[in-house]
Ligand binder design. Structure first.
Ligand SMILES: Nc1ncnc2c1ncn2[C@@H]1O[C@H](COP(=O)(O)OP(=O)(O)OP(=O)(O)O)[C@@H](O)[C@H]1O
Length: 252
């Protein structure tokens, strides 16, 4: 069974059909790229997938479960986590606490235990600290665990956002333009990180990206979107050599 199966998804904003008849199948463990010109509808698809928008048409199945039109929090619990085009960390929290906000989503103690500081609260908090540090080690951020997120350099903020998303325990990780604003060295390191996450967390990853070096370097399959519709999809090398794709996107 595919991990993600989207069939005939659509949404309109006023008269604009931002996403139309969009279908995609992503197998477990795939590293999949969603590309297309500005305004093609890529982020709208992420917003549909995460319950920010509700589709007017189509279905979304995650691991066989119908999550179409569900709330963001329920979709996260079902197993989808994302990062954003513009980094959205809790800038006034430490690196450690940013990751712990992700862990809280998956392993909460009762609110009463938290407010009353019952023994279970301290036990769970300690376990979360340990888990968060383990995760930070993977991203080589453990030494900066007490640093405020806003004081991290840009490339590390991106890594921290990925770590926080992983802390929620997803089956599918959505990355929206992870290389945006990065220099070539940071991008090369990010490519290694994404591969590492896929291999070591047994993760399925769908990413939106304009950086063709990153796309061709790490994505196994691509879907090209143009004016809200699928232009083509398939293996990365085949898609990037498709004359329609070159005309619509790469040649511009
Ligand atoms: N909430 C909204 N209300 C109205 N129009 C919207 C809304 N969200 C997106 N759109 C429109 O839908 C279209 C697709 O936008 P979207 O942001 O998904 O494109 P994109 O492919 O992610 O672009 P980029 O590569 O520039 O990020 C655009 O024309 C955009 O203006």
């Amino acid at each position: 069974m595919a991990l993600l199966e989207i069939n005939n998804l659509g949404i309109s904003f006023g008269g604009l059909r931002a996403v139309d008849n969009f279908s995609i199948t992503i197998e477990k463990g795939q590293l999949y790229g969603l590309i297309g010109p500005n305004g093609a509808g890529k982020t709208t698809i992420f917003n549909l997938l995460t319950g920010v928008y509700k589709p007017n048409a189509g279905t979304i199945l995650l691991d066989g479960n119908n999550i179409t039109g569900k709330k963001t929090v329920d979709i996260n619990r079902a197993g989808i986590a994302r990062t954003f085009q513009n980094i959205r960390l809790f800038k006034d929290l430490t690196v450690l606490d940013n990751v712990k906000t992700g862990l809280h989503n998956s392993h909460p103690y009762s609110t009463v235990a938290g407010i009353l500081r019952l023994p279970n609260y301290y036990k769970v908090e300690k376990q979360m600290d340990e888990k968060a540090v383990e995760l930070l080690k993977v991203f080589d951020l453990d030494k900066e665990k007490d640093t405020l997120a806003s004081n991290l350099p840009y490339g590390k903020q991106r890594k921290l956002e990925i770590a926080r998303a992983l802390a929620t325990g997803p089956k599918l990780l959505l990355l929206d333009e992870p290389a945006a604003g990065m220099n070539p060295n940071e991008t090369a390191e990010l490519m290694d990180t994404i591969r590492f996450v896929r291999d070591n967390f047994d993760m399925t990853i769908l990413l939106i990206e304009h950086d063709m070096k990153l796309v061709s370097g790490i994505c196994e399959r691509l879907t090209v979107l143009n004016f809200g519709q699928v232009l083509t999809q398939g293996k990365t090398a085949d898609v990037l050599h498709d004359p329609e794709v070159i005309k619509a996107y790469l040649g511009e």
